[in-house]
Design a protein around this ligand. Sequence first.
Ligand code: SAH
Ligand code: SF4
Ligand code: F3S
Length: 476
Amino acid sequence: MSENIRNSIVPPEVMKKTFEFSEKMRLLNEERRTSLGREMCAYVLTFGCQQNEADSEKIAGMARNMGYKIVDAPEKADLIMVNTCAVREHAEKKALSTIGQFKHLKANNRDLMIGVCGCMVTQEHRREEIKMRYPYVDFIFGTSSLHRFPELLYEKTVKGKRLFCPEENEYLVAEGLGIERESSYRAWVSIMYGCNNFCSYCIVPYVRGRERSRRMEDIVSEVKELARQGYKDITLLGQNVNSYAKDSGLGYDFADLIARLAKIEGDFKLHFMTSHPKDASRKLIDTIAENDKIAKHFHLPMQSGSDAVLREMNRRYDRAQYLETVRYMREKIPDITLTTDIIVGFPGETEEDFEATLEMLRVVKFDMIYSFIYSPRKGTPAADKKDQVTEKVKSERFSRLLELQNAISLSKNEPLVGKTVKVLCDGVSKNNSELYSGRTEGNKIVFFSGEANDEGKYLDIKIDRAEAFALYGNKI
Ligand code: SAH
Ligand code: SF4
Ligand code: F3S
């Protein structure tokens, strides 16, 4: 085993401590259950990206191992965990206001424990803010300290003193924490953590540390187990999956990993996110083309269509390179679904720069875009730039972007009318209880009239109507 990869794993003696604290907490909860005559319950709330959702499943898994039943409402809980995000101001505001709302629950239940973790509280100024302004928060830990959750919870429960776990200097990979998966047919599998790219607008490298990858054999056994349990959609997660294992020096890369995973037996599709365009290699595209088990969907965040802006963002590719990657991808995989992320109103973005982004949308014709208004993040280079775009211009550009993309998305969906698509059913739609919803291999949402036992199954749906953001059809 390479030195690098061994060093990036939380040492066994530290994990042993984690399991000891977990067991102590479990025994304590067993006593409480006997004396209270009811189960101890935990509620986990998640803000942010899929990576955070995957972490929350680990937090829920650890809570379960400590004797908590996972519940779906904070009012029912003896332990509330808030897993926060820092990517935009809106995400932080939402987390803070939600934490604020939990104050009254503490008034009703003096034994209620509230823990806050995740990207927001990995920033010093936010930790201080929680310490000073949210005195009912019992403990905090950042993204490098997930494995310290049982220790913090136990110590706080026994000793009563608030705990603010210091960030580890070194960010590591913890294997073997419990996992309580939300779904029985869609699963997240983190393959790496952190980011080395330092795009100039982005907080992630500061709150998630440097890239470190899990060992291929650990990922293979997790995916094998998921396939055995009948999981249908397995999404591999990392901030830049294309640089998987580059930190390890083991001689394999992301394309090798997915080629290996695609050999695992079972009726499932592999998805992955996110890819950085500078690292989207031909080898990777060929691997996707050659393996049926790999979903024909590529999420390739472009961020901007202007070379000047891309340079200022420190993205390390230009329009021409991006277009070449897309050209090769469509040549090899003609039916690929292509989606992207766009930031509007990056500091210094001129009308011309913005027009260049619109032009790229017209040329590439993404199936879908995820667009964001630039939000200055404390500590990042872009936040200190003098030429910030005004809120008015940002929101005006944002509307124009959406308007254009809506027309493009519709034109991409319309040819599907009359065709039959394979859909993984998610059960009754949250917005319309008359219909069922599901997603295609390319992550397009489809509504149809389904039946009670359809959830978690692949169905063939004949499309009879297309909108920009959804398809409608019937089971055949
Ligand atoms: N690692 C992924 C994305 C992580 S964040 C990648 O590089 O693609 C998800 C998206 O949020 C980014 O792609 C970007 O479009 C957006 N984003 C990140 N920082 C932002 C900021 N400060 N303001 C607005 N959007 C931002
Ligand atoms: Fe942020 Fe860039 Fe890293 Fe993505 S690649 S997480 S946008 S720094
Ligand atoms: Fe947010 Fe952290 Fe993800 S900042 S987007 S939860 S990596």
